[in-house]
Design a protein around this ligand. Structure first.
Ligand SMILES: NC(=O)c1ccc[n+]([C@@H]2O[C@H](COP(=O)([O-])OP(=O)(O)OC[C@H]3O[C@@H](n4cnc5c(N)ncnc54)[C@H](O)[C@@H]3O)[C@@H](O)[C@H]2O)c1
Length: 335
């Protein structure tokens, strides 16, 4: 197989700062953006000009899926992930879909079943998994740097929702109809990271609030990990002042993300001096798109697994809030 020819569906903020740069980083012999489509006229053209791309511009989903391309990247609002993935798989294209994979675990399972039947690769762009600093925390924990995991704490608060800060005007992020929310936007990353570090979550308790929006914009969730550790996830789009913390505690030490996110501090037990590891000093690692292309070349069958696990946690947070009781995440039994 030569270079992988991609169609890009949805030409907004994440296409601009993640999908296009990551494809370009692979080199023209490995991957190419052959076609682009956005429902809003002019957006694909503007993004192509910015990144010096010369794709075919399409006027509909059907048109881009009818082209002789190998794969698509789906970077549209959440409510389109499921139907556009199903359409793309039915058209014989490998799919790299944005997180959240879908808005219901049943839809995610239908996507997986179809990908398996068609022998196509399905991957979810859980982008934190490909950031060296986050991967280094995983390696440290697996190497025993903090000993037996005891507790994880993650705080992510901001003064506004993404339609104000991240992608100005993208109001779908806070609309029920488009399946946006703080759970599907941020918990989908941070709950996934905590599960990556400490292993499966057996029960979730949660309180969500819709303070300024029609969807959850404040989330507090507690995780009961299968290994006996506990975890707390605190998220907000409405705090008066934003802040971030990621802390992993074990019986032999702790890891803390520096407040500005530029590095981590590894703290041995007993108050001994810590060691700082800066993100800029870490070697680069293959990005999400490199992983997807490798998956296509090697006929991978389970690249969807991380996204499916993250979605199960998100849905458990929503269900636990509604039930006022602990909920077991609906993890998929088999790959
Ligand atoms: N992996 C990450 O770190 C990360 C970060 C931010 C956003 N995201 C996800 O990426 C997706 C897009 O987010 P964004 O920030 O780029 O939003 P955005 O609003 O900036 O961009 C979405 C684009 O999709 C287009 N669009 C809307 N409906 C469409 C349709 N039916 N067909 C084709 N195009 C359509 C819009 O015109 C817009 O250009 C969301 O699912 C979001 O959750 C992922």
């Amino acid at each position: 197989m030569g270079k992988v020819r991609f169609g890009l569906i949805g030409c907004g903020k994440i296409a601009d700062c993640n999908h296009i740069p990551e494809i370009l980083s692979l080199g023209a012999d490995e991957a190419e953006i052959t076609a682009m489509y956005d429902i809003k006229p002019g957006k694909a053209e503007a993004l192509a000009e910015k990144h010096k791309l010369s794709p075919k511009f399409c006027r509909s989903l059907e048109e881009i899926l009818s082209l002789d391309i190998d794969a698509v990247m789906i970077a549209t609002p959440n409510c389109f992930h499921y139907p556009q993935t199903i359409a793309a798989l039915n058209a014989g294209k490998h799919v790299l879909v944005e997180k959240p994979m879908a808005s219901r675990v049943e839809d995610a399972d239908a996507m997986i079943t179809l990908a398996r039947r068609k022998k196509l690769v399905l991957q979810v762009n859980q982008s934190l998994r490909f950031i060296p600093l986050y991967a280094t925390i995983k390696d440290l924990i697996d190497d025993g740097a903090i000993g037996k995991p005891l507790h994880a704490r993650c705080l992510r608060t901001s003064v506004s929702s993404p339609d104000v800060g991240w992608s100005p005007g993208a109001t779908w992020f806070v609309k029920k109809k488009y399946e946006g929310s703080l759970v599907t936007d941020i918990a989908v990353h941070m709950a996934d990271v905590l599960q990556w570090y400490f292993g499966p979550v057996r029960k979730v308790q949660a309180i969500t609030r819709n303070l300024l929006h029609e969807v959850p914009d404040n989330v507090t969730a507690m995780f009961d990990f299968a290994n006996g550790a506990t975890g707390v996830l605190e998220l907000s789009w409405t705090f008066p002042s934003g802040y971030g913390a990621l802390e992993l505690y074990g019986d032999k030490g702790a890891i803390r993300m520096l407040p500005d996110g530029s590095g981590i501090e590894l703290l041995p037990a007993g108050g001994k001096p810590g060691k700082v590891i800066k993100g800029d000093d870490l070697p680069k690692m293959p990005n999400s798109h490199a992983c997807f292309v490798r998956g296509i070349r090697e006929k991978a069958t389970d690249n969807w697994a991380v996204g499916r696990g993250a979605l199960a946690l998100c849905m458990a947070i929503i269900e636990a809030n509604a039930a006022g009781a602990a909920v077991k995440p609906k993890n998929r039994r088999s790959r």
